[in-house]
Design a protein around this ligand. Structure first.
Ligand code: NBP
Length: 479
């Protein structure tokens, strides 16, 4: 008999996804890996799942029922291109190639266009949840055509995580839409982790909490509005005692964090689209600073720092919790803005409420909080900012004073809180009646005749700065 679905690439993600697929009613899963040893290992360990193991790509393709449907789970970039090429040479019009890796969405747009020429459906699909998610139920973000979705929808629904009875998968949009939103998901994940790390640092260095106290704090936060996978695992990591030293493991881990592709891509694309994702940007930069060991040592040696012990309110722990929640609202608001901008730029019709729904389980940013985002978009599909939603506006109002105290405390104490403080600066920018960008516009007109608009009348103006400083109506500057 033939397989209804195949998986190419049987490293940790691919083999777990293949096991997930094979464990669902009705699926017969063909598997193939460039190096056969991995295929053999999967068959040896999980042969009971009825895999059809192929030694060659030809055998793999021959074992697939039409329309042939293969999920590629190999290294992003060149590995993915190589596998797509092998499949495309053997597939026929109407067949489906899914890329479930962490591809750059620009590559996905290109691949989709190239394969469409051959009549092959290419479906770039974001899959979040790591190894565990791939095995037990990830959040799945497919792009590609409506035609491919007909075939893939039931398969994806069968393996996805479930949130409040609904499978965590939706057809996000055409071509690269799935990989685009997966990228933004990962960017939000960066911001969320940075905010949690800042909360930890403040509680420890300013609040004087011990690591075991911190475990309790995070566990209690995980019972409320902040309930989320990332808070839960923060408590897990903090509770780990290093067997060697008897110290909390967190104190034995080098404090240098790297970034792989997606966080950086999120910021690069946001800059290009003119969307201020400052929370994600600060998170990427905070990791970059952490890895500049030489600069950290040099400036630490020479700096004359005078941090003070700040006056601390009795409500310090609660203030940190409030600052974390409100900063998180900002980070998500910015991430959703980027999705709106990406959708407009690349021609996707993305349902933000549906996206918030599929992020409620399976993925790394899963959180109770996402229900609130679902509600916000259910009330107003065209919401201009999450911060303008009545529920979130209220939540920000309730946390605002605590937020200001925490940012001030961090600055006084010399504890870096770029996520909290940039979130507050963003909020204050949005709510300021007037911004100092009027002065910037004046300077731009001064040195570059960039022109400006006036608050009191229509039109575009230029002041003759180097002549008699008369103002003249003019055409908008093009440089
Ligand atoms: P890796 O990203 O480590 O890739 C290893 C796989 O790629 C192996 O099957 C390897 O075959 C295959 N491969 C390579 Br490398 N070059 C190839 C080529 N030229 N032709 C054919 N196969 C090639 O695997 P992973 O960690 O399982 O991740 C798979 C994908 O999922 C990646 O895109 C990754 O970014 C993404 N990912 C997602 C998550 C998540 O949470 N969503 C987590 C981790 C990874 P071999 O066995 O013959 O060397």
């Amino acid at each position: 008999s033939l397989s209804n679905i195949g998986v190419v690439g049987l490293a940790v993600m691919g083999s777990n996804l293949a096991r997930n697929l094979a464990s669902r009613e009705g699926n017969v899963v063909a598997v193939y890996n460039r190096t056969y040893a991995r295929t053999q290992q999967l068959l040896d360990e999980h042969g009971d799942l009825g895999f059809l193991g192929a030694e060659s790509i030809d055998d793999f393709v021959a074992s697939l029922a039409r329309p042939r449907t293969a999920i590629v789970m190999v290294q992003a970039g060149a590995g993915t291109d190589a596998v797509i090429e092998q499949l495309a040479e053997r597939f026929e019009p109407g067949d489906i190639i899914v890329d479930g890796g962490n591809a750059n969405f620009h590559d996905t747009i290109r691949r989709e266009r190239e394969l469409r020429e051959l009549g092959i459906n290419f479906v770039g699909t974001g899959i979040s949840g790591g190894e565990e998610g791939a095995l037990r139920g990830p959040s799945i973000m497919p792009g590609g055509s409506a035609e491919a979705w007909e075939t893939l929808g039931p398969i994806f629904r069968s393996i996805a995580a479930v949130a409040q009875g609904e499978p965590c998968v939706t057809h996000v949009g055409t071509d690269g839409a799935g990989h685009f939103v997966k990228m933004v998901h990962n960017g939000i994940e960066y911001a969320d982790m940075q905010l949690i790390a800042e909360a930890y640092d403040l509680l420890r260095r300013v609040g004087g909490l011990s690591v075991p106290d911190l475990v309790e704090v995070f566990r209690s936060w995980n019972e409320g509005d902040l309930e989320s996978y990332l808070i839960e695992i923060a408590a897990e990591v903090l509770s780990q005692i290093d067997a060697e030293s008897g110290q909390p493991l967190v104190d034995m881990i080098v404090d240098e964090a790297g970034s792989k592709g997606t966080g950086v891509w999120t910021v690069q694309n946001a800059v290009g689209l003119g969307i201020p994702v400052s929370g994600i940007g600060e998170a990427v930069f905070a990791r970059a600073v952490s890895s500049k060991l030489e600069q950290r040592a040099a400036v630490r040696r020479t700096a004359r720092r005078r941090p003070e012990r700040p006056p601390m309110s009795e409500e310090f722990v609660n203030d940190v919790r409030a600052a974390l929640y409100v900063s998180k609202v900002v980070a998500y608001a910015q991430g959703f803005d980027l999705i709106v901008a990406g959708a407009a730029e690349f021609g996707w019709d993305i349902d933000l409420g549906a996206l918030a729904k599929i992020w409620r389980a399976g993925c790394i940013i899963r959180a109770r909080f996402l229900n609130r985002i679902v509600d916000a978009y259910a009330t107003d599909r065209g919401l201009t900012s999450l911060l303008a939603d009545p529920y979130f506006a209220n939540a920000v109002g309730a946390g605002e004073q605590a937020w200001r105290r925490i940012v001030a405390t961090a600055a006084t104490a010399g504890v870096p809180a770029p996520g909290f403080s940039s979130a507050l600066a963003y909020f204050d920018s949005l709510v300021s009646e007037r911004l100092p960008t009027s002065l910037i516009q004046g300077q731009r007109d001064f040195f570059g005749a960039h022109t400006y608009r006036r608050v009191d009348k229509d039109g575009v103006f230029h002041t003759l700065w180097s002549e008699d400083r008369r103002e003249i109506p003019t055409e908008p500057s093009t440089h």
